[in-house]
Design a protein. Structure first.
Length: 289
């Protein structure tokens, strides 16, 4: 059997592009992946892909992006943070609850992981979610100091943070697991590189009593740039298929509009369909050979 992996970057509201890509896959019933891993907002999009629920992620973004109960800069230093992940989860559960039966059935013979960061070590922790802790793990993968509640506890014992801090594009995880053909969905254009920001400084200072975690916050831009450069190299015999926006998305991490959401979603959808058709042709050709 041809083993193909799917790796999904995060990006908060930018993952509207990812929602489009995965809806493009679903429109063609394209589910060839034996391993799937998502980060932050990409993890939520992945969950709906695994449960085969098209347009759910798009509808959630469309209805809550400008809701002050979800994003409110005034709450930056409150207990819940600027982004209320609990409100996001409750909205998702009430309007587009993940079909746990389909999620469980689809993931039975496949490996699905969500990337989080250990509060204690600053290292990535790859969690295989189940139908009981799925929403908690999704929240954990998107939890940031100041921007959200700060720390998420999973299974009553593990303190976790946003997976993007420790492994923003977990393609090396897929390679480590033995996958030589990998589809990567990114939410920044190929040439994008991160710079050190005051958010790095804030996160580093906030966790100054935890040296390893403090170091993770201070150097996360380096991790992103290293993996972006890695994806530009010749990785033969590993084959990487990248789905990347041609330019910076209209939607930013924390700001968008109905028109911008539609533009970015449509762009992702078109690229998703294009990639699915390309890979379907390749798979068919391999079978004939």
């Amino acid at each position: 059997m041809r083993k193909i992996a799917l790796v999904i970057q995060g990006g908060t509201l930018r993952t509207i592009f990812t929602a489009g890509v995965l809806d493009g896959f679903m429109s063609l019933r394209f589910f060839p992946f034996q391993y799937m891993v998502g980060v932050s907002g990409g993890a939520m999009c992945l969950a709906y892909y695994v449960s085969r629920q098209r347009k759910c992620a798009y509808d959630i973004f469309k209805h809550i992006f400008d809701d002050e109960k979800f994003i409110n800069w005034k709450n930056m230093f409150s207990e819940q943070g600027m982004i209320n992940l609990e409100y996001l989860v409750q909205y998702a559960k009430s309007r587009h609850h993940i079909n746990m039966r389909k999620f469980r059935r689809f993931s039975t013979n496949r490996l699905v992981e969500i990337v989080t960061t250990s509060y204690y070590t600053g290292k990535p922790i790859y969690i295989v979610p189940n139908t009981t802790n799925l929403f908690d793990v999704i929240k954990a993968s998107a939890t940031l100091p100041f921007l959200t509640k700060g720390v998420q506890v999973v299974d009553d014992r593990i303190k976790l943070l946003d997976g993007g801090w420790s492994d923003p594009i977990p393609v090396k995880r897929a390679i480590k697991l033995g996958y030589k053909e990998i589809v990567v969905i990114r939410t920044y254009p190929k040439e994008h590189r991160e710079n050190w920001t005051y958010m790095n400084k804030f996160g580093s200072y906030w966790h100054k009593n935890n040296p390893e975690l403090s170091k993770t916050f201070d150097s996360d831009h380096i991790k992103y740039n290293e993996i972006a450069n890695f994806l530009e190299t010749d990785l033969y015999p590993i084959k990487i298929h990248q789905i990347i926006p041609e330019n910076y998305l209209e939607t930013t991490s924390y700001s968008t509009s109905q028109k911008k959401l539609q533009i970015d979603y449509r762009h992702g959808f078109e690229l998703g369909v294009e990639m699915a058709l390309k890979l379907k042709r390749n798979i068919f050709r391999k079978k004939i050979e």
